[in-house]
Design a protein around this ligand. Structure first.
Ligand code: CMX
Length: 133
């Protein structure tokens, strides 16, 4: 793993949550986009060494909608920046980590992403995020 790239935070509504991050905490909004493959709208916020990713569900069967319904708003996942995501996935699988998919999927900002099941990662949903950098 290289380093933590971002922390995903589930919110019901990005427009309502943004003033807290931008005006109250004085952080900078980097951009907003929709990630169709994950059924979320995301807002990236510059938080110094890492980014915060606000995640709003765009569909009631979005994983984030299910998360909010069950656990409420809050920290949803931690994303590691990686290179060569397919090799990282193969290594983790070999070490017994339960990956949530066999192939990387398109994520925000043109990245390729994959997730590890929280049940094999001590309760944390970890993402691998390969931006080809
Ligand atoms: N963090 C920690 N634990 C989580 C979790 C999360 N984000 N989401 C679910 N869990 C827990 C559940 O609470 C449950 O625990 P218990 O059995 O103790 O209650 C367990 O994991 C399994 O949950 P589940 O209800 O059986 O499974 P779900 O249908 O909720 O699916 C998960 C959970 C992680 C497999 C699913 O959310 C998933 O596939 N996530 C990956 C994709 C994703 O999250 N995309 C959104 C982000 C996209 C982006 O960043 O662009």
């Amino acid at each position: 793993m290289k380093k933590v790239d971002h922390i995903g935070i589930a919110v019901k509504d990005i427009e309502s949550a943004l003033p807290y991050y931008i005006e109250t905490l004085s952080l900078t909004l980097l951009g907003i986009e929709e990630v169709e493959s994950q059924k979320v709208k995301v807002a990236f916020i510059d938080a110094g060494n890492i980014k915060l990713e606000l995640l709003e569900p765009t569909n009631e069967d979005s994983p984030v909608a299910k998360f909010i319904e069950k656990r409420g708003e809050g920290i949803h996942h931690v994303a590691f920046g990686v290179t060569d995501i397919r090799s990282r996935m193969a290594e983790l699988k070999e070490k017994g980590v339960r990956l949530l998919q066999d192939e990387p999927k398109p994520g925000a900002g043109g990245a390729q992403v994959a997730f590890m099941h929280p049940k094999s990662s001590y309760g944390v949903l970890y993402e691998l995020c390969d931006k080809g950098e």
